[in-house]
Design a protein around this ligand. Structure first.
Ligand SMILES: NC(=O)c1ccc[n+]([C@@H]2O[C@H](COP(=O)([O-])OP(=O)(O)OC[C@H]3O[C@@H](n4cnc5c(N)ncnc54)[C@H](O)[C@@H]3O)[C@@H](O)[C@H]2O)c1
Length: 330
């Protein structure tokens, strides 16, 4: 297969590149390097620096290569930032995806795997969220992504575009071979921030509220290892390439961990104690988001292999140590 990965210099897209290359596929990466880095672009991938909204560039890339499928990861991903600066999210996630889709409709590529998010769902205070649950995002990030989902689905009805929308829960961990991981030092993912404290890059972890309606009062999230997330993408890609129908699936483990539980687990796995500070609630945060991913498992035989919070933390810690060492040495 030949696959275009937008956002392939980012955390998740770089893992997708590695997995596709590991299976002997051809990979082209298009990324504007706003949050991504060339350092994690797989060496065997063909890298093009550019923006998904650059119509001339995208059209040229699509016509020069004979792609079987496009995997669209490029986007902006911070919930809190989206509350403060919604236009950035409607522009980079929605408008730029629309421009990209316009190029796609004018090309021979008729299959897209789209990175969506659990943030499209309405908050559910108990139980698991499956794909039929109400979509009603609580922040501009979720809305910007839901708009993309709607545009893709409408386009699929009016053209022969087939899509596979994957709604991710909280992605964490690093490639077990440590070829890639979270490189964005501004990333505010909880496990990354805890590990930054372990490595004394940050002084404390801020806890955004302990007054939620959860067992210990802190927010609850479903953490999925990035490699399991990617194995779901490989199934989605193969399904579309084989001529399968469009679909939407969740990718999570169905088990929630609270912020306080994660803080303790990182201390235990790393054997390092660090400081925490309870600060106020953050705008846009839902109290609890936990996935029902049965559809992906039963319909597409998705079999997560790293469903263990300590494994997630350990791979992230090992990646960060290696990265820290490299930065320190240079
Ligand atoms: N990380 C998570 O927990 C999570 C959860 C749900 C959904 N997602 C989705 O997964 C996708 C990838 O997220 P990530 O964690 O790898 O983030 P990331 O910031 O590491 O990667 C995004 C990549 O897209 C690139 N990019 C952004 N805008 C672009 C544009 N206009 N043109 C070209 N390149 C552009 C960035 O440079 C970066 O390399 C995003 O679409 C995000 O919404 C992530």
């Amino acid at each position: 297969m030949k696959v275009l990965i937008t956002g392939g210099a980012g955390y998740i897209g770089s893992h997708m590149g590695l997995a596709l290359l590991d299976e002997g596929n051809d990979v082209v990466i298009l990324d504007n390097l706003t949050t991504g880095s060339k350092q994690i672009v797989p060496t065997k991938a063909n890298f093009i620096e550019g923006d998904i909204s650059d119509i001339n560039l995208v059209q040229r890339v699509l016509s020069e290569h004979n792609f079987d499928v496009v995997t669209h990861f490029a986007g902006s991903i911070k919930v809190e930032e989206s509350v403060k600066n919604p236009l950035k999210y409607y522009e980079n996630n929605t408008l730029n995806t629309l421009k990209f889709l316009k190029c796609l409709t004018n090309s021979n590529v008729k299959k897209i795997v789209f990175s969506s998010t659990a943030a499209v769902y309405e908050e559910k205070k108990s139980g698991l969220i499956n794909e039929t649950y109400l979509c009603n995002p609580s922040n501009p990030y979720g809305r910007s992504k839901l708009m993309c989902e709607n545009i893709i689905q409408d386009l699929s009805k009016s053209t022969n575009l087939k899509y596979f929308i994957l709604r991710y829960f909280n992605v964490a961990g690093a490639d077990p071979q440590l070829r890639s991981g979270q490189l964005d030092e501004k990333s505010n993912h909880l496990i990354k921030v805890c590990i930054d404290c372990v490595l004394q890059k940050k002084k404390w972890v801020e806890i955004y509220g302990v007054d939620y309606e959860t067992d210990d009062g802190s927010c609850v999230r479903d953490f999925i290892h990035v490699s399991d997330l990617i194995s779901g993408h490989l199934l989605a890609v193969k399904h579309l390439v084989k001529g399968g129908d469009s679909d939407i699936c969740n990718l999570g483990y169905g088990r929630g961990f609270s912020v306080l539980e994660i803080i303790e687990r990182v201390k235990k796995v790393s054997k390092v104690n660090y400081t925490t500070r309870i600060v106020g609630r953050r705008d846009g945060d839902a109290s609890r988001i936990v996935a029902d991913s049965n559809k992906m498992m039963t319909k597409y035989n998705w079999a997560p292999a790293l469903n263990n919070i300590d494994t997630i933390i350990l791979t992230a810690l090992n990646w960060e140590k290696q990265k820290f060492k490299k930065i320190y040495e240079t």
